[in-house]
Write a protein that binds this ligand. Structure first.
Ligand code: ZN
Ligand code: ZN
Length: 361
């Protein structure tokens, strides 16, 4: 069972950090460790046991999806049930997810814990499960590839609809309908389609703006499959395009190609970012590459590791990151090219296959 090996790795980290019990409530972390896909539930993990606490709407689903966990029905008094489970597991010191537990829940816990027979102390932990999630196992890579293949097909579909007169919004709707029909459970994020001067907005959500001849069209989108997200950006030109854009396109494409060629296990995120950034700067467009080079992608659309000028994360085999340089000229337009890449021992494999050469329709 795939969750079993994830739990084994988590317990190794817990042991190394002196954590004897972990309380996991964050949705993707919960799903990653247990396999449970319902929207409400919490995990308690100790070296010897793991519990999934949820309410009556989800107990049956939890038993089916999370066979490695003991499912506890929170019933009518969830806090009392949580207290009882903590006592049964012999937990006296519980680490919570500092980045995710709300202040309200934290204070409520302390309040409720006063009524429990055994005192339970709370302690913060940071990024434990997120660290594991950075390195994908085979089951995850399979789902990611399905999500990526869907996005590739989505790009071909977009090419069939791109023409002057169609609005950004209509293109986005056309794409999302197609992806849904092809098996996506939803878009990875709000589809970005930005044409003409709007293409200079790195995150221009599709608007009512109709495409015009001479526009560059930045399309950034993805599909969710089995909980995993894809993330693909292509920039296509509608003829007749100003000659300078062809040159800018090649700068972006070359920056991406160099970063992918350099990427390998052992590099720090910022070193990969620097490869692309230096190429763009050398071409004279340094100030117009206004965001980081890439991010991890998986159960969340943005997760670790980050490829940015500040990222000291050391890349290891199995990490999956986007490589997405861009150049944005305010008021005129922009170009971004983004692919998803798997980090290998001695290189990297591009998982997306949508064509990357300059397309002028
Ligand atoms: Zn993207
Ligand atoms: Zn991205």
């Amino acid at each position: 069972m795939r969750t079993r090996s994830r739990l084994t790795r988590l317990r190794q980290i817990m042991a190394a950090e002196g954590i004897t019990a972990l309380w996991v409530r964050q949705e993707e972390n919960r799903r990653y460790l247990s396999g449970f896909t319902g929207d409400s539930g919490q995990l308690l993990i100790t070296p010897a046991a793991c519990y999934l606490l949820t309410d009556g709407r989800f107990t049956e689903q939890a038993r089916q999806e999370a066979p490695d966990f003991q499912v506890v029905d929170l019933g009518n008094n969830p806090w009392e049930q949580l207290g009882a489970t903590l006592a049964a597991a012999g937990i006296t010191r519980l680490h919570f997810e500092a980045e995710h537990l709300t202040y309200a829940t934290y204070t409520e816990f302390l309040e409720q814990a006063r009524d429990w027979l055994r005192p339970v102390e709370l302690a913060p932990s940071r990024g434990l499960v997120e660290r594991l999630r950075q390195v994908k196992d085979d089951a995850e890579l399979e789902l990611l590839q399905r999500a990526i293949d869907l996005a590739d097909a989505g790009f071909s579909h977009l090419l069939r609809h791109l023409r002057p007169g169609i609005t950004e919004k209509d293109l986005a709707l056309e794409l999302e309908y197609f992806l849904g029909k092809e098996g996506a459970s939803g878009p990875s994020f709000t589809t970005i389609i930005a044409a003409g001067p709007r293409a200079a907005l790195p995150h221009g959500v599709a608007s009512r703006h109709p495409l015009q001849p001479g526009d560059l069209v930045v399309m950034d989108f993805g599909a969710v499959y089995g909980g995993y997200h894809s993330d693909l950006t292509r920039t296509v030109a509608l003829a007749p395009v100003a000659p300078e854009w062809r040159q800018v396109y090649n700068v972006v494409l070359e920056a991406q190609g160099r970063a992918i060629a350099a990427l390998r296990s052992g590099m720090e995120g910022r070193q990969v970012d620097a490869v692309a950034r230096e190429h763009i700067a050398a071409a004279g467009y340094g100030p117009y590459f206004s965001h980081s080079l890439g991010h991890g992608v998986g159960l969340a659309i943005h997760e670790g590791p980050t490829l940015s000028s500040r990222s000291e994360v050391k890349l290891t085999p199995g990490m999956v990151v986007t490589v997405e340089p861009g150049i944005y000229l305010p008021g005129r337009g922009g170009i971004r090219i983004e692919d998803v890449v798997l980090v290998l021992e001695d290189g990297a494999r591009v998982l997306s296959h949508a064509p990357r050469d300059f397309i002028e329709l």
